[in-house]
Design a protein around this ligand. Structure first.
Ligand code: M6R
Length: 619
């Protein structure tokens, strides 16, 4: 949700800011801008639309100078116009600010500042920041920032530049991520490490309340009370290439194709092959080194609450279908955005699991903070190391999926489901609720999933062809149905389709169809039905018949060897046979690919769909 970058050093700032913004564009892409200080003047350029427009403008007429800040925006306050784009300036253009987050008391501050003579140009909350800094500025921008921080409420990561001090960038963070990058006689800042990788791997993750000042040779950090912080830099391991498309047309396609590898890596990390034999004996095959103190508390817990948003919430829903029968624990799966405003019943024996790819989703992070207030142990299932949720949780399961850049979550989803599946087995093992033989069988079947995913990916051309059929690509609405652990698959399939193709789609538990949604069925409505072999197969088949009886068009995901289903459906895509609990992992791929190819047919911007941003760091 908005990306910010900053550079101070001997090099020209413009190309560094542009490369950093390119790597942050997944966070927001409705406008972009940069401010660069030179000769006592702040030169600002802003454009509406994708970063490419800013790059074109800067190429045609470059901004020169060695200190600069940049921004890529996901609009919250004020529509995506050039005036609303960041950086924002104070009245006389001597102070410039880029910001990620929301200044909640901006209406009050704006009125106050306007009464003092400040001239506001935009409709944004952010613009109060440069005016506030101007109010307190007497030649020391850091001191002005400290005073401004006392006035503002909300969440922020911001960077500011003053024309008088082209050798400095000041910054502050609360509630939105900010990372400093340390170079040789040059320093950087950014919303995440992706933006820093081409330039440096030595980074400092700032904590809430941290603020400070960067010059080419120095990096001063202070905590909320103004005490200097001696933060030790960490070394980022991720390769810069991990955030590139590697020859794929889109990040989403690359990430879909990475899934077998991601799952293999997860299994290798938490359930190494040699563990299979141990399962029969010592029962120690699944290990999560990141659980830390939580490991000891696992046997005490009497309930699990999973909090997450969007696709991560769907992964949590799948997990409920495994955790309850295997570990014999009641599980509730909560939308973090609702949970945070409810009055949750939590205690020290309720394990709260926060699932999040980015580890920065504002609602999920707040749910974690609430859980901690109730002294509930918190387990983070996250993909981004050192993210806010990773740092706030008591224990961690990392997804090791590598950067997910496509806005539509794909590999993170199957990694989340796999990690939670392993957790379910681990808990069952610790609690003695699943026979060892069954556990070994399950693990063995889970290890087959990456290979089966690879088989499915080989059938991509078939899905591409299906996506090209007018019945699917020209539909205005679509329905996704599934039962049991594939009810969340239906929700996820619908979410993928709507977010990247803009076709209205809804997922339902197939058994609920006759309670209302069946009224929507006509020959115009494609129904994507997950009908794999398992405990609810026969019931799902009946639901398909009910749709067919009303002229609905059905595309089923079925299991290879199913000789019945083709007669009842217009189209069938077959998945390799696997135990029912793992079928959501396989079903996810054709659903992702169908959404991808339909979106391509419709000429949509697959990686950067309209109105969305990858990381939702505002409420
Ligand atoms: O980073 P998180 O996993 O916390 O993100 C949660 C949702 O914002 C995310 O899954 C979103 O729904 C995706 N666009 C879905 O594809």
């Amino acid at each position: 949700m908005c990306g910010i970058v900053g550079y101070v050093g001997p090099r020209e700032a413009q190309p560094i800011l542009l490369e950093g913004l390119r790597r942050l564009e997944y966070r927001g892409y409705d406008s972009a801008g940069a401010a660069i200080a030179q000769d006592g003047v702040l030169h600002v350029r802003k454009t509406v639309g994708k970063l490419a427009r800013l790059a074109e403008s800067l190429q045609a007429d470059p901004l020169r100078g060695h200190t600069g800040i940049g921004h890529t925006r996901w609009a919250t306050h004020g529509s995506p116009t050039e005036t609303n784009a960041h950086p924002h300036q104070d009245t006389n253009g001597h102070i410039s600010v880029v910001h990620n987050g929301i200044i909640e008391n901006y209406v009050f501050l704006r009125a106050e500042l306007q009464a003092e003579g400040a001239v506001f140009r935009s409709e944004t909350d952010t613009e109060v920041l440069p005016h506030l800094l101007r109010r307190y500025y007497t030649g020391d921008l850091l001191a002005a920032v400290r005073q401004a921080l006392e006035q503002i409420e909300g969440s922020y990561a911001f960077a500011a530049l003053a024309a008088e001090h082209p050798e400095q960038i000041v910054f502050a963070r609360k509630g939105s991520p900010l990372v400093l990058g340390l170079g040789q006689q040059e320093n950087f800042l950014a919303s995440d490490t992706n933006a820093l990788l081409p330039f440096t791997r030595r980074v400092i993750y700032l904590e809430d309340g941290h603020h400070g000042l960067l010059t080419a040779d120095t990096c001063q950090i202070y905590d909320a009370g103004g005490t200097p912080v001696a933060a030790a830099p960490s070394e980022v391991q991720q390769s810069a290439a991990a955030a590139e498309k590697d020859g794929h047309a889109h990040f989403m396609l690359k990430e879909i194709h990475q899934q077998p590898e991601v799952l293999r890596h997860l299994l290798l990390s938490y359930a190494p092959e040699h563990g299979l034999a141990q399962t029969h004996t010592a029962g120690t095959s699944i290990q999560f080194p990141g659980l830390g103190v939580l490991e000891q508390r696992l046997t005490e817990i009497h309930r699990i609450v999973i909090v997450a948003c969007g696709t991560a919430w769907h992964a949590g829903l799948v997990a409920k279908y495994l955790l309850e029968p295997w570990a014999r624990l009641p599980v509730s799966v909560e939308l973090a955005s609702e949970f945070r405003y409810a009055e949750p019943c939590l205690d020290a024996r309720t394990l709260v699991i926060a699932v999040s790819q980015s580890g920065e989703t504002a609602d999920t992070l707040e749910a974690v903070r609430i859980a901690r207030k109730f002294l509930a142990p918190v387990l983070g299932v996250v993909n981004v190391p050192a993210s806010s949720i990773a740092r706030a949780a008591d224990g961690l399961i990392y997804l090791h999926a590598g950067p997910e850049i496509g806005v539509a979550s794909t590999k993170a989803y199957t990694a989340q489901v796999t990690a939670l599946t392993l957790l379910a087995l681990h808990l069952a093992q610790r609690r003695g609720t699943l026979p060892q033989e069954l556990m070994a069988e399950r693990l063995e079947a889970l290890r087959q999933v990456p290979g089966q995913m690879q088989e499915i990916l080989q059938w991509s051309p078939k899905l591409d062809a299906l996506a090209g059929l007018p019945a699917y690509k020209n539909a205005s609405h679509a329905m996704f149905l599934g039962r049991g652990c594939n009810y969340p698959s239906a929700l996820e399939g619908a979410l993928k389709l709507k977010e990247i193709s803009y076709i209205h789609a809804e997922g339902y538990a197939a058994g609920e169809m006759k309670h209302g949604p069946i009224a929507l069925v006509t020959e115009e409505l494609p129904v994507f039905c997950i009908a794999v072999q398992g405990s609810v197969y026969a019931k799902t088949l009946s639901n398909i018949q009910e749709i067919r009886a009303r002229n609905g068009r059905v595309l089923a995901l079925a299991t290879e060897g199913d000789t019945q289903i083709a007669a009842s459906c217009h189209d069938v895509f077959y998945l390799p046979p696997c135990p029912e609990p793992f079928s959501p992992l396989l079903a996810a791929l054709p659903l992702q690919l169908l959404a991808y190819y339909i979106a391509l047919e419709l000429g949509r911007d697959v990686d950067q769909p309209r109105n969305l941003a990858k990381s939702v760091t505002v409420e």
